[in-house]
Design a protein around this ligand. Sequence first.
Ligand code: NAD
Ligand code: DAU
Length: 329
Amino acid sequence: MLVTGGAGFIGANFVHYTVRNHPDYEVTVLDALTYAGNQASLDPVAGRVRFVRGNILDAPLVNRLVADSDIVVHFAAESHVDNSLAGPAAFIQTNIVGTYTILEAVREHGVRLHHISTDEVFGDLALEGTDKFTEQTAYDPSSPYSASKAASDLLVRAWVRSYGITATLSNCANNYGPYQHVEKLIPRQVTNVLTGQRLKLYGEGLNVREWTHVDDHNAAVHLILDRGRSGETYLIGSGDERSNRQIIEAILAAMDQPADAFDFVPDRPGHDLRYSNDSAKIRAELGWAPVYGDFREGLAATIDWYRANEWWWKPQKAATEARYAALNR
Ligand code: NAD
Ligand code: DAU
């Protein structure tokens, strides 16, 4: 199995999950180790995994690695919306051209692909509604990040239809858990508390996200690898929707901080209001259900992980906050 982006947040957790639960796979990770990648995230499985530092835009390298694989799980991406607003170029290259590079290699070698995507390709839902995205929802991305992910999904679908490659897609909502970069909402706020800084809430903090534990996401990916149908898209989501303000309040409470220890900061341009996935298809067809039913428990374990692993996140913290300071966020 070739795992692209396996030194990133979800990819590294996927490799851990695979080694733990599917030891029959021989795993090779291909990762460029951008600012978001950290090879140390793979330390606990280092003896069980081959690591190749390289770029998915390097077609000859991708071709060689794909030729040696039976299956490719494609996580590698530029993943952060704020970064895409500040500088979209890398998103076009990695997310669109990089996915094209993978597609051409899997086409040449007849290798099966699973493409990891996001619910952000659908745009957003009204704050006050209870409707959800489904596999049939029209694509309507808002940011350069989500537009580049939408483009990559459409390329995968076109390669299935026109060239007959074997590929599946999944679109998950927001993930949380260990090894997530400190630029993302939950790790940023937790490490703000741990470094004596105030928490930062965009706009009025009303925007809603659906939170899925990273292991639940990765369990779903394995079900799709085992029994998913080629050409099909599967939406993944826990059903646990929370506003950003509720998340911040939960973090402050869990870390014994005053309830008002946060600042409102200028909003993200084009900020999507609400995400919510209807995951009925993967639940009915593949029997997926989240194991992390209690968000507060999952959050507490995630906070404990950041407390215990300062060595992992501390080196990234100052540079990340400097990037936010430049954006006034
Ligand atoms: P991440 O930013 O933590 O990790 C991305 C990884 O890809 C890093 O290790 C980075 O070094 C690597 N990478 C980036 N550009 C590369 C390139 N050109 N060549 C090789 N490697 C490269 O991202 P994440 O949060 O783990 O997201 C992984 C995937 O899951 C992405 O495709 C993202 O769109 C999708 N996704 C993320 C979430 C979420 O909540 N984080 C939710 C749904 C879907
Ligand atoms: O829905 C899936 C997507 O979830 C993935 O495709 C993306 O890769 C992933 O980054 C995530 O995107 P979001 O933009 O939803 O995540 P982020 O952690 O950046 O922000 C979550 C929400 O919190 C969002 O509404 C913005 C807000 N926010 C974020 C930060 C970093 C704040 O209020 N304060 C902050 O400091």
